[in-house]
Structure formats: structure tokens, C-alpha cells
Write a protein that binds this ligand. Structure first.
Ligand code: HEC
Ligand code: HEC
Ligand code: HEC
Ligand code: HEC
Ligand code: HEC
Ligand code: HEC
Ligand code: HEC
Length: 220
């Protein structure tokens, strides 16, 4: 009996309400709840995220706006590209909606997140660094700079003289343990020089006196 009343009501509503340009009242009635703040402007047009009468993938609609995520998936980059089960999975598997304006639909668990599935696995000393030291709180996580020199320019005792590719000679464990093949310079270390302390020729210049380094180098 109550079902019949509800059906009659629904039909009544259907007949009474002329289809408006945007989401009509009927559509709003079936909407499970408000979408998040970031999506609020999209709410009136359900087609932004729902293909009417279609079982087709919703992800396609999401990705027409979220081009960064789409590019990551296509290029095998970033979290969405590196995690193998994202491609071909519906976004709603991890991101819900209609739970209200303030809902966190990203649902990132900072404690358990496995940073190995990003473009910068946290190796060596980086494993002990706080998230916020690399991720500015107000920026997207994906926007953290990725090259050593982006973050360590101010630590560079060579003052740019050895170039920007810190990783050619350093790993992320500790700076003093540099890997450096002297035989690749114009001055290969032979005989006694092999056992000579670096500092007897370089003084402090590895720590940053470019003029002294230049004096050492016959080619410069
Ligand atoms: C910004 C994207 C977005 C917009 C706009 C949107 N929805 Fe949704 N909707 C979703 C997502 C995502 C889900 C899946 C939520 C889940 O499974 O946790 C969903 C689920 C639903 C469901 C539950 C059944 C299902 O398909 O999973 C209904 C019903 C629904 N939406 C109706 C609407 C109506 C009606 C509108 C317009 C007034 C609308 N939605 C606008 C994203 C959106
Ligand atoms: C018409 C464009 C459009 C569509 C379609 C769309 N979004 Fe969004 N989405 C936005 C905008 C705009 C924002 C807010 C700004 C931002 O975070 O980039 C946003 C924000 C988000 C966020 C971040 C929320 C936060 O708290 O930072 C997630 C996650 C998201 N959308 C997932 C989805 C999913 C899943 C779908 C498909 C169901 C979808 N979006 C469909 C435009 C869109
Ligand atoms: C040593 C610096 C560093 C630390 C510490 C760090 N991150 Fe990152 N993180 C990065 C860089 C760099 C990227 C890659 C940005 C890019 O895609 O170019 C990244 C990417 C991510 C991404 C993936 C973004 C995407 O969409 O691809 C997430 C999520 C993330 N970090 C979360 C965290 C969390 C949570 C912590 C703390 C537990 C943390 N990070 C600590 C530097 C760091
Ligand atoms: C396996 C779970 C999972 C799936 C599937 C997934 N995401 Fe995410 N998404 C995450 C996590 C975790 C984050 C937070 C880390 C980050 O910033 O990348 C995130 C962040 C986001 C963000 C906010 C950060 C940003 O880069 O703008 C958007 C937008 C987003 N996802 C869109 C999508 C879309 C669109 C799809 C479907 C094609 C999708 N996601 C599928 C887990 C998932
Ligand atoms: C997104 C920023 C970021 C990027 C990219 C980055 N680092 Fe770091 N790194 C940090 C932060 C923050 C710390 C901790 C604070 C500090 O010691 O400078 C750190 C610490 C270190 C340390 C330990 C310093 C010490 O005294 O204990 C080394 C070594 C290091 N990084 C090397 C590298 C190398 C090599 C690269 C490139 C492969 C790199 N880092 C890329 C942010 C970054
Ligand atoms: C061509 C190789 C090379 C490159 C490239 C290079 N370094 Fe070095 N770096 C060295 C050598 C060699 C030392 C001296 C190592 C030692 O003291 O055992 C050194 C020393 C350092 C030290 C001082 C260690 C200490 O406490 O004595 C820091 C900090 C450092 N490098 C940072 C950087 C940064 C940042 C970059 C990138 C902008 C960079 N380096 C690029 C070879 C290099
Ligand atoms: C006998 C003197 C001598 C000793 C010992 C020596 N070097 Fe050198 N080093 C030189 C000279 C000369 C050059 C310049 C070669 C050139 O111009 O290509 C040089 C170049 C370098 C450069 C590259 C600078 C550049 O401009 O590319 C680095 C880094 C370096 N030495 C590190 C070291 C380290 C680390 C040690 C200890 C393991 C060491 N050197 C020991 C003489 C020495």
C-alpha cells in the first residue's frame, strides 16, 4: 500500500514539474546527497559525472576534467600511473561523492601511504623526513619538486660549479659519501696521487671555493 502511495507521489511530481534547463527537482530527489565543495558547480548537471541510461565507464567523464590524472595514467607516472590497478578501475572505487560539501573524498592515509608508488621513492635519509618538509601544505602532493637541485640548491657547497645533477655523485643517504670517478676528469689520479688525500689538492674547494678549484685545473 505504501509503495503504491510513493509511486503515485513520484508520478505526481513527475507531471507537475516541468523539466528545467538544469537538474530538475526530480533529479535532485534521487541525488543521494550534496557533492563536495570542489564539485559544487557541477552538481546541477548530473551528466558531468553520470552518463544517463548507460553502463559505460564513469571514469571517462571524470578524466575529461582531471587531465593531470589522465596524463599520469597514460604515461605511467605519479601515483595514479604507477599503481597498476588504477587503470581500468572505476574512480569511485577510491573516491566517493554525495557525502556533503566538506567530505574528504581523496581519503589519503598519510600514515600508511606507500611512497614507493610515486615518482620519488623515499630512499636513505629521505625515509626519515617529514611529509611537510617536501610537500608544502597548501599545494597538491603531485606538485612537489622532483629534482635534487630543486630542494637542495642551498646546500650545494660547490656553488653550482659541479652542475645540477647532484645524483651523479651523491645518493640520498649522506652528502659526504660522494661517488666520484676521478679518472673521468682531465686529471686522472695515478701512482702516489691515488693515495693522496683529496684535501691536499683541493683544500676546501670541494666545500665551495671555486677559484681554488680553477687554479688546480690546468685546462681552465
Ligand atoms: C562530480 C561528479 C558527480 C556529479 C556532478 C553527480 N554525481 Fe552522482 N555520483 C557521483 C559518484 C562518484 C557516485 C558514486 C559514489 C559511490 O559509489 O560512493 C555517484 C553516485 C550516484 C548515485 C548512486 C547510484 C550510482 O550510480 O552509484 C545516484 C543515484 C546519483 N549519483 C545521482 C546523481 C544525480 C541525480 C546528480 C545530479 C543532480 C548527480 N548524481 C551528480 C558523482 C557525481
Ligand atoms: C567538469 C569537471 C569535473 C568533473 C567531470 C569531475 N571533477 Fe573532480 N574536480 C573538479 C574541480 C574543478 C575540482 C576542484 C579543484 C581541484 O581540486 O582540482 C575537483 C576536485 C576533485 C578531487 C579533489 C578533492 C580534494 O579534496 O582535493 C577529486 C578526488 C576529484 N575531483 C575526483 C573526481 C571524480 C572521481 C570524478 C568523476 C566521478 C570527478 N572528479 C569529476 C572538476 C571535475
Ligand atoms: C624527500 C621529500 C619527500 C618526502 C619526505 C615526502 N614526499 Fe611525497 N613526494 C615527493 C615527491 C618529489 C613526489 C613526486 C611529485 C611528482 O609527481 O613529481 C611525491 C609524491 C607524493 C604523492 C603522489 C602524488 C601523485 O599524485 O603522484 C603522495 C600521495 C605523497 N607524495 C605523499 C607523501 C606523504 C604522505 C609523505 C609523508 C609520509 C611524503 N609524501 C613525504 C617528495 C617527498
Ligand atoms: C586505488 C585507489 C584510487 C583510484 C582507483 C583512483 N584514485 Fe585518485 N587518488 C587516490 C589517492 C590515494 C590520492 C591521493 C594521492 C595523490 O594526490 O595522488 C588520489 C588523489 C586524486 C586527486 C586529487 C589530487 C590531484 O592530483 O589532483 C584527483 C583529482 C583524483 N585522485 C582523481 C582520480 C580519478 C579521476 C580517478 C579515476 C580515473 C582516480 N582518481 C582513481 C586513490 C585512487
Ligand atoms: C622535494 C624535495 C627534495 C628532493 C627532490 C630531494 N630532497 Fe634530499 N632532502 C630533502 C629534505 C627536506 C631533507 C631533510 C632536510 C635536510 O637535511 O636538508 C633531505 C635530506 C637529504 C640528505 C641528508 C642530508 C643530511 O645532512 O642528513 C641527502 C644526502 C639528500 N637529501 C640527498 C638528495 C639527493 C641526492 C636528491 C636527488 C636524488 C634529493 N635529496 C632530492 C628534500 C628533497
Ligand atoms: C661531479 C660530482 C659531484 C656533483 C655533481 C655534486 N657533488 Fe657534492 N660533492 C662531491 C664530492 C667529491 C664531495 C666531497 C665528498 C667528501 O667530502 O667526501 C662533495 C661534497 C658535497 C657536500 C659536503 C659534504 C660534507 O659535509 O663535507 C654537499 C652538501 C654536497 N656535495 C652537495 C651537493 C649538491 C646539493 C649537489 C647538486 C647541486 C652536488 N653536491 C653535486 C661531488 C659532487
Ligand atoms: C693530485 C691532486 C688531486 C688529488 C689528490 C685529487 N684531485 Fe680532484 N682534481 C684535481 C685536478 C687537477 C682536477 C681538475 C681536472 C679537470 O680539469 O678536469 C680535479 C677535479 C676534481 C673534480 C671535478 C671538478 C670539475 O670541475 O669537474 C672533483 C669533484 C674532484 N676532483 C674530487 C676529488 C676527490 C673527491 C678527491 C679525493 C678522492 C680528489 N679530487 C683528489 C686534482 C686532484
Amino acid at each position: 500500500m505504501r509503495a503504491v502511495v510513493r509511486l503515485a507521489l513520484a508520478i505526481g511530481v513527475l507531471l507537475l514539474i516541468p523539466a528545467a534547463g538544469n537538474a530538475n527537482v526530480l533529479e535532485k530527489l534521487v541525488m543521494p546527497g550534496e557533492v563536495i565543495e570542489g564539485h559544487a558547480k557541477l552538481e546541477d548537471k548530473c551528466e558531468n559525472c553520470h552518463e544517463p541510461f548507460s553502463k559505460e565507464s564513469q571514469a571517462r567523464l571524470c578524466l575529461t576534467c582531471h587531465k593531470d590524472v589522465a596524463a599520469d595514467i597514460d604515461g605511467g607516472r605519479g601515483f595514479h600511473g604507477k599503481r597498476p590497478d588504477v587503470k581500468g578501475t572505476e574512480c569511485k572505487h577510491c573516491h566517493t561523492d554525495h557525502k556533503g560539501r566538506g567530505e574528504d573524498i581523496v581519503r589519503l592515509d598519510r600514515e600508511t601511504f606507500d611512497h614507493a608508488i610515486t615518482d620519488l621513492p623515499l630512499i636513505g635519509s629521505h625515509a626519515r623526513v617529514k611529509c611537510d618538509s617536501c610537500h608544502e601544505p597548501k599545494r597538491k602532493l603531485r606538485d612537489a619538486p622532483g629534482q635534487c637541485n630543486d630542494c637542495h640548491r642551498n646546500d650545494d657547497p660547490h656553488r653550482g660549479r659541479l652542475g645540477e645533477m647532484c645524483a651523479d655523485c651523491h645518493d640520498t643517504e649522506q652528502w659526504p659519501k660522494a661517488r666520484f670517478d676521478h679518472d673521468k676528469t682531465k686529471f686522472a689520479l695515478k701512482g702516489a696521487h691515488k693515495k693522496t688525500d683529496c684535501k691536499s689538492c683541493h683544500g676546501r674547494e670541494l666545500q665551495g671555493d671555486p677559484d681554488k678549484m680553477r687554479k688546480l685545473s690546468p685546462a681552465r
